[in-house]
Design a protein around this ligand. Structure first.
Ligand code: PAF
Length: 278
């Protein structure tokens, strides 16, 4: 596995790669969720590239950029074990040199849900992902369903800007107790960790209610809220039932819906979601 730390070397390596090229962008501190994307990329492409870059522009002023968990040695060993061909590991000074002045924004899809609470987050994501796509020029790029809004926003951006690649969204990988895998789970103290599966329990409750014929979003949200509020360590940031494509809030679920949420445990903010009707 080759480790590439600067942009010209990555662009040069790309010239002679075997097609198709699968790309897994990450912020490192990898877990089985990331590795499921690498495995999928490995199965579908002749070359697999991963990136590790903690992108400063997607963190708000009071977010966890400085203490975002990092373990490069472990990450590289995990990527190597899954047959990654190259890892792109750029530096801030190259990604955002002095005078950097260009941003990519997706307007409407980034306004609700995460965008409502983290107003500058998606502009950072879409900008860095565009830069990474331009540098790596993948055939297929892999993202997790856990970040449901991010996956939709990146798909929309790739379609609207005629990016010549396929965005592949892979299922959420969970711990045995249902907690969605996330690099941020490491921030949870033992009590918070014990309480955190309530997110998935509430999502399962939504699935069950819907399967039993409940179509009224407020009824489902009400029961989910009651369940989460029984867990005193968790503070709901938002719970939503929205259209799976536009993210507009739904009152009545016709065929499908995205049920998504953010819940805070102390300073740690966890997100999770399921899609109903699929
Ligand atoms: O999902 C992530 O880890 C990040 O948002 C991404 C897509 C790597 C962009 O920094």
């Amino acid at each position: 596995m080759i480790v590439i730390e600067n942009i010209p070397d990555m662009v040069y390596l790309r010239l002679n790669l075997k097609e198709p090229v699968g790309f897994v962008p990450t912020m490192g501190y990898l877990h089985e969720g990331h590795m499921s994307l690498v495995k999928k990329a490995r199965a579908e492409n002749r070359t697999v590239i991963a990136s590790i870059y903690v992108n400063p522009t997607q963190f708000g002023p009071n977010e966890d950029l400085a203490k975002y968990p990092r373990n490069l040695e472990r990450d590289l060993a995990m990527l190597d074990k899954e047959g990654t061909d190259a890892v792109f590991f750029p530096e801030d000074k190259d990604m955002y040199p002095a005078g950097y002045d260009t941003w990519v924004t997706v307007d409407n899809l980034t306004k609700p849900l995460e965008g409502n609470v983290r107003p500058t987050h998606f502009r950072g994501v879409t900008t860095v992902v565009t830069k990474l796509f331009n540098i790596v020029r993948p055939t297929n790029a892999y993202f997790g369903q856990k970040d449901a809004q991010q996956a939709l926003v990146i798909k929309k951006m790739a379609a609207d800007l005629n990016m010549n690649l396929k965005v592949v969204v892979c299922p959420t990988i969970r711990e045995p107790d249902g907690l969605a895998m996330s690099s941020r789970n490491v921030y949870l103290n033992p009590e918070q960790r014990k309480a955190a599966p309530v997110l998935y329990k509430s999502l399962q409750m939504a699935q069950e209610l819907f399967a039993n014929g409940e179509k009224n979003a407020d009824v489902i949200l009400g029961q989910m809220t009651t369940l989460i509020q029984k867990e005193p360590l968790g503070k709901i940031d938002y719970i939503s039932i929205s259209d799976t494509e536009t993210l507009a809030e739904l009152k009545i679920i016709k065929k499908t819906a995205l049920v998504s949420m953010a819940v805070k445990f102390g300073n740690t903010r966890l997100i999770d979601n399921v899609i109903l009707g699929m």
